[in-house]
Design a protein around this ligand. Structure first.
Ligand SMILES: [Zn+2]
Length: 166
């Protein structure tokens, strides 16, 4: 079985603990990415939306999955299930060292996830403890001001990748 671990990284200025608004296993957080068919290699044109609280019965009907669809080109069935408990907040240390932090694990059958897109629904905390919510990273960066620390806060250069884990 091959799982794909979504890893995120960014540059943080006076911020720490970047993560989905409701924590790393936020049931409402939306993951956007494209699917590459494991059979014919076609990549979907549009991003697929997945969230933990939206499940669907798989084609075989045994278990619920987070996505079940046929490839438009070769009609092969594919499913994706999300596995919780593997993510952690992206910290200041991660940012300083250019490390990627794991966010969510995807059990993909028939598809490979590619091209994760950052959208909204993120939160982070300033080094002074001020909480910033409703962070929208769809433009690739974010800037605000921390009144307590009297300094600008910024997120930039957001990037993501999928690591294959066994
Ligand atoms: Zn296909």
């Amino acid at each position: 079985m091959v799982n794909h671990l979504l890893m995120i990284s960014a540059d943080l200025e006076n911020l720490a603990d970047l993560q989905p608004q409701g924590g790393c296993d936020d049931p409402n957080f939306t993951y956007l990415f494209k699917l590459k068919c494991g059979n014919c290699g076609e990549v979907t044109q549009k991003e697929t939306c997945l969230s933990l609280n939206e499940t669907t019965p798989s084609a075989k009907g045994k278990t619920d999955v987070h996505l079940s669809q046929k490839c438009k080109f070769c009609s092969r069935d594919g499913t994706i299930s999300m596995i919780t408990g593997r993510g952690r907040p992206f910290t200041q240390t991660d940012a300083e060292t250019g490390t990627y932090a794991p966010l969510m694990l995807f059990d993909c059958r028939g598809y490979e996830p590619v091209d994760f897109v950052f959208a909204d629904g993120w939160k982070a905390e300033s080094l002074e403890g001020t909480k910033f919510t409703d962070i929208d990273l769809s433009g690739g960066d974010y800037a605000d001001y921390d009144e307590k620390g009297e300094c600008p806060v910024m997120i930039s250069n957001v990037r993501a990748k999928f690591d294959v884990v066994k």
